[in-house]
Design a protein around this ligand. Structure first.
Ligand code: GAL
Length: 359
């Protein structure tokens, strides 16, 4: 049975059909843009922030482009077969283009074949498929970021802090950083690459590291809390650094520490050394935790830029118009937004830039 949850329709469009000969609709006919979006899991914090930014930008651009934009967002609930059915539904109902946040990034072929036979272009986002899959048809695109860059920047945040005051991080004074790692999903490009590059970067900057533990917590705060509890039971105050593949898992580690030894300030008063914790994403809660110094830092995964890039690309592909100059379409297929380091020093500026201050 098809499990589809529709949780957003910005505006309804009736009577829209794809042109039989190619997908670019004439500009004069352009009074609507209908986009079907499937997310791998609607409870993923970063992805849901990206979707809310997409909604806001679509509302803004309806005026600018003088058209009705319909965004229909459905949740694949971590099931690739459900997502394949959702693609069928988008096609059947005459959507102009689909934006797909793949459940299984190694299993894009069914969606690609469906899209190609119905001539409905697809923008994949956030979960990057292999290049050979993306090359299977010229109306397939990817919007995201370069995962290795986030690993490097996370490593730089730690190395910068070590340069400033190594002894406050190397609590036992042995000259080595004892760390635990909380990883995202097994097989996800961001988990694999971030885990590798953060450590390489720290070592390249001249610091010695010792891994005490490494666990998968699937991007999830509660799972990360449970894993951090185990780490704390096994290694306790030996842990000097907690590296995580995303903010939700960094916050899961914070939750575990708070339950074991109170807030960072309370622990300090009691003489318990809190480890430094670093995330990636710059979600709203992640940035707040940098402001309150619970996290040493995070790396901004530009959900705003990615959402805007996705909508601009959808518009350009459907109507055959040029992309705005500031958006670069690499190899005619990829839009990649840069990551940015976030620490206590620049967090307020980043919050401002991400336009969260108005909330
Ligand atoms: C990553 C992000 C994670 C999670 C994941 C889902 O880019 O950092 O927090 O959202 O994508 O695919």
């Amino acid at each position: 049975m098809k499990r589809m949850t529709v949780y957003l329709i910005i505006a309804g469009v009736t009577g829209l059909s794809l042109s039989g000969c190619g997908f670019s609709r004439e500009r004069e006919q352009a009074s609507s843009l209908k986009i079907g979006i499937s997310v791998y899991d609607q409870y993923d914090t970063f992805v849901s922030e990206e979707i809310s930014r997409l909604k806001s930008y679509a509302q803004e651009m309806e005026q600018e482009w003088d058209m009705t934009i319909t965004l229909e967002v459905v949740d694949a609930s971590q099931n690739q077969l459900t997502q394949n059915d959702q693609m069928d539904d988008f096609i059947k109902r005459g959507f102009d283009i689909a934006c797909i946040n793949l459940v299984d990034r190694t299993d894009a072929s069914t969606i690609i074949e469906k899209a190609r036979s119905a001539d409905v272009p697809v923008i994949f986002f956030n979960r990057e498929l292999v290049e050979e899959d993306l090359e299977r048809w010229d109306k397939l695109y990817y919007v995201g970021a370069d995962a290795f860059e986030s690993g490097i920047l996370q490593g730089e945040i730690l190395a910068d802090a070590c340069e400033e005051d190594f002894s406050s991080i190397d609590k036992n004074g042995d000259g080595i950083l004892q760390y635990v790692m909380l990883e995202g999903e097994a097989g996800h490009q961001d988990s694999i690459v971030r885990t590798l590059y953060v450590i390489d970067t720290i070592k390249e900057r001249g610091y010695r590291v010792e891994k005490l533990g490494d666990e998968i917590a699937n991007w999830n705060r509660a799972q990360a809390e449970a894993k951090m509890n185990q780490f704390w039971k096994s290694f306790g105050e030996q842990i000097e650094v907690v590296l995580t593949n995303n903010d939700d898992m960094a916050l899961g580690a914070v939750d575990a520490l708070k339950k074991s030894c109170g807030t960072r300030a309370e622990a300090r008063t009691a003489g318990t050394p809190w480890p430094v914790i670093i995330g990636i994403d710059g979600t709203e809660v992640g940035l707040e935790a940098v402001q309150s110094k619970e996290l040493l830092g995070t790396v901004l995964n530009d959900s705003k830029g990615q959402a805007e890039g996705m909508l601009e690309l959808a518009h350009s592909v459907v109507f055959g118009t040029e992309l705005p100059e500031e958006i670069e379409l690499l190899d005619n297929r990829y839009i990649r937004l840069p990551y940015q380091k976030v620490t206590y020093e620049n967090v307020n500026q980043i919050i401002w830039d991400m336009q969260m201050v108005t909330k």
